[in-house]
Design a protein around this ligand. Sequence first.
Ligand SMILES: NC(=O)c1ccc[n+]([C@@H]2O[C@H](COP(=O)([O-])OP(=O)(O)OC[C@H]3O[C@@H](n4cnc5c(N)ncnc54)[C@H](O)[C@@H]3O)[C@@H](O)[C@H]2O)c1
Ligand SMILES: [Zn+2]
Length: 376
Amino acid sequence: MAKRALVTGGAGLIGSHIADLFVREGWEVRVLDNLEPQTHRRGKPRWINERAEFVQGDMRDRDTLAAALDKIDIVFHEAAYGGYMPEIAKYVHVNSLGTAQMLEIIRERNLPIKKIVAASSQAVYSEGAGECPQHGVVFPPVRPVEQLRKGDWQVHCPICGVITKSVATPEHAPVGGETVYGLTKVDQEKLVLLWGKQIGIPTVALRYSCTYGPRQSMFNPYTGVIAIFCTRLLNNLPPVLYEDGEQTRDFSFVEDIARANLLAADSDKLDGQAVNVGSGCGTPIREIAEIISAALKIEIASVARGEFRPGEMRHLTSDTTKMNAIGYKPQVDLAEGIQRYIDWIKAQSDVRDYFSEAENILKSKGIIHRVEVMNA
Ligand SMILES: NC(=O)c1ccc[n+]([C@@H]2O[C@H](COP(=O)([O-])OP(=O)(O)OC[C@H]3O[C@@H](n4cnc5c(N)ncnc54)[C@H](O)[C@@H]3O)[C@@H](O)[C@H]2O)c1
Ligand SMILES: [Zn+2]
């Protein structure tokens, strides 16, 4: 079995937990991370595993990448620029080009990499699967902006137009990417899978659901709803819900996601595939705000102001049949996971709200929209 792992983005939420798990499993682990300032406003985090080799460097830098890949058996590719920021070129540069460059270096230098497990995302889907009473399971396209402007948040059957019921989304659902971030996650998984087949290196793309847990950046107001709601409430500010707050997401605790990486590394059953990793349960975002407010004992109701982000899906619950077949079973439920995040964030100093400022930026850049007519 392979014994030397490179974890790109290994200072971040998921990467740092993958690094910890593989160190515990007896692997030699190298972390490559540029400590993206948006995520790491206070510099190098304390949690980078002391038994891992830490390389501060950028996925966009060829020489750094080549050095980081030296004498590595398996790559866990977690580094990415994420969220809803307005920087189009940076997403493409870091996520798409960074991945392409890594693959190119492996081929050019004939590096003896035995496997690549790449972080993809549920953001590759357009809308989650829906069920129509007449047409069964359907895969609706992204909801048009004109529909959202009218305050109609529902997902309609693409054939007859009735409102669909959200059902678990399987991997064969159409993949598009309706945000720039989503588009680059499609790029990443397609590049890795396609290239792996051409070159004969086993590759897997794991489409993570919304992942949260200790170490999730409390500085990044553009991504991570649980972290954002916690920092809002701890600053006595209301969590802001987009749409009506009834949209649902599938949440995964970060340690479960790290275990999914271990399973994918150890098995060859998922090779060449994009595979969902999630809990299989959908939770409304409004409920997330309520759970956090109750756990923090800060009674501030969330607000929904008729705002929405075009391209954002209404419901997404992952069909995890494939992942479960290799022994995946989430071990930390939402209540326990949120409590563990709260315990962690309460132990951090100076928890500030960065959301208000970010919100203004997103509004001025046209990323957050508002309904024209509010629904009664
Ligand atoms: N957290 C989620 O909900 C979620 C869901 C689906 C997919 N993912 C994917 O999982 C991966 C890890 O996400 P995360 O939640 O741990 O995010 P994170 O922001 O906590 O970690 C990403 C890490 O990558 C590093 N990084 C960013 N740009 C880099 C660059 N140019 N060079 C080197 N390092 C760079 C950052 O400094 C950070 O430490 C990403 O690929 C992300 O797209 C995350
Ligand atoms: Zn129908």
